[in-house]
Design a protein around this ligand. Structure first.
Ligand code: HH2
Length: 288
């Protein structure tokens, strides 16, 4: 399978793609405030590429529960200089984490090739046109409501069925608006309007989402459910738990992994992907 992101054709195959997180925000839950200057953000981007990241996801608005929205102008001022400089210097595959079509269009002009929209293109009616016209790749993520309200929406019949149905409907709307199937990736939105139990169900039954026929991305890195399960309050001390969740996600079909800790996640993902091949009867067979 391929993920076509403008001129970049990413292979979705044996090796999961690692998307390194670069939040140019003062308030993100884990790395907020650390990379607000262009120089610090660039240095972090270079560091993640050297550690083996395939994609750098640059965001200028925190989506943690209860985070305050940011105006488009301010979001552009945060992300555009970093995208432009990193794209020019490294030629890296860059994704912009935004729900605003204006920010997405400008980010693509500056060199981004993927729009990571945590609202599944529902927040801004102009988003689908930007994706279609530019040929950018797009991540359609499940989030009920918005970051201010999503935890109040953490009620499902069956979380896996409900998220799969929601994503299927976002996928068919995207196709109906003229976006190519090859440009689309899907994400269950771990931690977005979900309890720990919901997150566990989604990760352990990710295979159902793979039935949609598009690459599955997951973001478990350092999230609150890892802290709840392990009793670790400090987000950047949740690496081991994050790798456990990431391994399970890969075993169940995740092929794009949004992470803070690139080298460690890449190592875990390569081992998990090799195991996945054996679990599902790939090369070598049962007794090899
Ligand atoms: N999680 C976050 C942000 N964007 N995008 C996708 N596709 N999937 C995710 O799971 C996802 C995402 C939240 O994490 P982070 O960016 O580290 O924090 P914040 O939103 O506070 O900036």
């Amino acid at each position: 399978m391929h993920w076509q992101c403008r001129h970049q054709r990413l292979t979705i195959g044996a090796e999961p793609l690692i998307m390194g997180i670069l939040n140019v925000t003062p308030d993100s839950f884990s790395d907020g405030g650390r990379f607000v200057s262009v120089e610090a953000a660039l240095a972090r981007g270079r560091e993640m590429l050297a550690a083996g990241a395939h994609i750098i996801d640059i965001g200028g608005e925190s989506t943690r529960p209860g985070a305050q929205p940011v105006e488009a102008d301010a979001e552009c001022r945060r992300v555009l200089p970093v995208i432009e400089a990193l794209a020019a210097e490294t030629g890296a595959v860059i994704s912009v984490d935004t729900m605003k079509s204006v920010v997405a269009r400008e980010a693509i002009r500056c060199g981004a090739v993927i729009v990571n929209d945590v609202s599944g293109m529902l927040a801004d009616p102009g988003m689908a046109a930007v994706v279609r016209e530019t040929g950018a790749g797009v991540v359609l993520m499940h989030m009920p409501g918005n970051p201010q309200t999503m935890q109040a929406h953490a009620h499902y019949g069956s979380v896996v069925d409900d998220v799969a149905l929601w994503l299927a409907s976002r996928l068919s709307d995207a196709l109906a608006s003229g976006i190519a199937a090859e440009a689309i990736a899907m994400d269950p939105g771990i931690g977005f309007g979900k309890t720990t139990d919901h997150n566990l169900h989604l990760i352990a039954q990710l295979d159902w989402l793979a039935e949609l026929g598009r690459p599955i991305m997951v973001g478990v890195s350092r999230k609150r459910f890892i802290g709840e399960l392990s009793g670790v309050d400090v987000a950047d001390q949740r690496l081991a738990g994050s790798l456990a969740a990431l391994t399970c996600a890969v075993l169940h079909g995740a092929s794009i992994l949004r992470v803070h800790d690139v080298a460690e996640s890449r190592q875990a993902s390569l081992v998990a992907a090799a195991l996945r091949k054996r679990v599902h009867g790939g090369a070598g067979g049962r007794h090899a």
